[in-house]
Write a protein that binds this ligand. Sequence first.
Ligand SMILES: *[C@@H]1O[C@H](CO)[C@@H](O)[C@H](O)[C@H]1NC(C)=O
Ligand SMILES: *[C@@H]1O[C@H](CO)[C@@H](O)[C@H](O)[C@H]1NC(C)=O
Ligand SMILES: CC(=O)N[C@H]1CO[C@H](CO)[C@@H](O)[C@@H]1O
Ligand SMILES: [Zn+2]
Ligand SMILES: [Zn+2]
Length: 618
Amino acid sequence: MKTAAVLYSLSAISAVYACGGDPTHSHRRRAPAVITPPSRPLEWGDINIIHTTDTHGWLLGHQKKSAPEPNYSGTLGDFSSFVTHMKDVALKKDVDLLLVDTGDLHDGTGLTDGYPAGGTDAHDSDKFFAQLPYDLLAIGNHELYHYEDTLDMYKNFIPKFKGRYLSSNANITIPDSGGKPISVPVGNRYAKFKTRKGRKVTSLGVIFDFTDNDKGTTVQKVQDMVKEKWFLNAIKDEPDLFLLAGHMPVQRNDWPLVFNAIRKIHPLTPIVILGGHSHVRDCTQLDDRSMSLESGRYMETVGWLSTKLDDNKTKKKIDFSRRYLDANRITYEYHTGLKQTNFDTSLGKSITVGLLALAKKFNLGYFYGTAPRDYTLTQDPYPSTGSALSLFIANAVPYALAQNNPRAKIPNFIIANSGSQRFDIYSGSFTKNDLLTASPYDDPFLYIPDIPFSLAKEVLAALNKPSVKSDRAELASGSVNKIYTEWLRDMSKVKTGKKKGASDTLGYVTRDVSLPCYLVFKALTELATIKSCPGDGDDTPHTPLPYFPVPEYISSKPPKVSDKTPVDLVFANIAKKPIIANLNLLQKVKVYTPLDAQKYSPVLLNEAIGIYAKAEWK
Ligand SMILES: *[C@@H]1O[C@H](CO)[C@@H](O)[C@H](O)[C@H]1NC(C)=O
Ligand SMILES: *[C@@H]1O[C@H](CO)[C@@H](O)[C@H](O)[C@H]1NC(C)=O
Ligand SMILES: CC(=O)N[C@H]1CO[C@H](CO)[C@@H](O)[C@@H]1O
Ligand SMILES: [Zn+2]
Ligand SMILES: [Zn+2]
């Protein structure tokens, strides 16, 4: 995958948002997983919604045996069967059931990213996604990094949804019939439709103020979108429900801009918001007649939201319920009352079979070696033998870069961004799919020679100094990972030991409560009155995963040399700018420029672990 600044950003734990110290909670895990069923049936209302977001290519589910992966082992085919059966349940109950996705279909596994040269990311996997009966979809930032991807969606994917794929504030530039470039919405800007039960729905599909989009695509700021004539026209008539899908976290960012614009005209109309992008489970209520749900990431979570609209209209509060389902067959069977033997639909089976064939076509099973243990991004301390970041920067990169390298004998100090690693590596066979999933960015390594070792160390320390960034800037620069890891950190401190129904099931422990750190964010985003959703959201109770903080920049083991020894300062290309800036801040002997950074090795960042695994994991 092409390096994109956004994808690449870090999981730094910045002192600015310090809300809590180090986790006290740490326990060894990894018993072979036994799947426990959900705790209780879903609450159905008049309008019910199944929500997916940030699926990022995990369409064959999580396939590893180490906990918590089996919790998320449902394939898109299993999910399809689930949706079919849930639609039957809805028919029997004579209520509405809608299926909604809020973006980021691209980038994440071999199914999206493992295409052969000349292909397009997610082109094939999207065909399977399009076999599900989505009522509404919204565009994500990962649909906008590469013009070819956006164009592919525009031509081949979006038309399948007949006006229900929304991009209210995202355009693509295409040639018009005379060959002149024109900017048009990638999908539709809004949709108005009637549910099976005849309820009128007005929908939007909004993306946050994303700025790293490719040439040929445009994203309009949300604050400007809500002033557009088409927008004001779209929201003018009162529907039974405003259903706002969008690629923005529910607790932060610009949802209130859209919400307030609607509330100004329709003070009481029910509003449901389905968000995404920060990869967490989260739920808030902007007022008593609205609920906002965000449903995790990577096909780990399926969101459920229901509401009773046909209550007495003069009631101040509308009843809502929400639930975060673990995406696995046990969950799906439990909620549809079916068994292993009668659960699969033929469509569901054919989707899974087709995805397996796609994996084969992309050679995703290509074998590098057998990982001797689990290596995790945040469940093991950094540095440690179980840290995926240590594996990468202390073992794999030094090994891979030393191969056939004339500079290999010169001591070096290698620095990379922790955000360069995307996912854990689990014990057992390590394949092309695992490599693409864990370490996707094709960034070259550069070096600057003759840097005194002490200076190299100071550069690393300076890079890891927390910086003050507003929530808005964080999101604009795409630091999703930070919100996600803060969520992990906060839940790791939750003591679930005494909680009713708590089990040994490792996984997410969602509290949907306003944590002190969120107050900081709220002040920054002027969202002072956000109310969290009541009650317990997790469908299956979990024990939190261990969590350890991770620095933004990581380094190879220090060479055994004196502080004055000149070393090669080697770094991933993405870190070039800050490294040169810090070199110039920390010494005055020489002014460094980008021209001082030369290519260190032909090996790219996303090849390092594969090269290492081939040699060491036989
Ligand atoms: C998006 O496309 C519409 C329709 O062509 C156009 O009117 C609008 O100016 C475009 N918006 C942006 C931000 O490019
Ligand atoms: C609706 O609620 C209001 C206030 O609680 C009450 O006065 C009214 O009779 C109710 N209407 C119906 C149709 O139940
Ligand atoms: C619902 C579910 O899948 N639960 C399983 C998740 O994985 C753990 C292992 O940590 C099992 O114990 C659970 O049963
Ligand atoms: Zn995402
Ligand atoms: Zn996103």
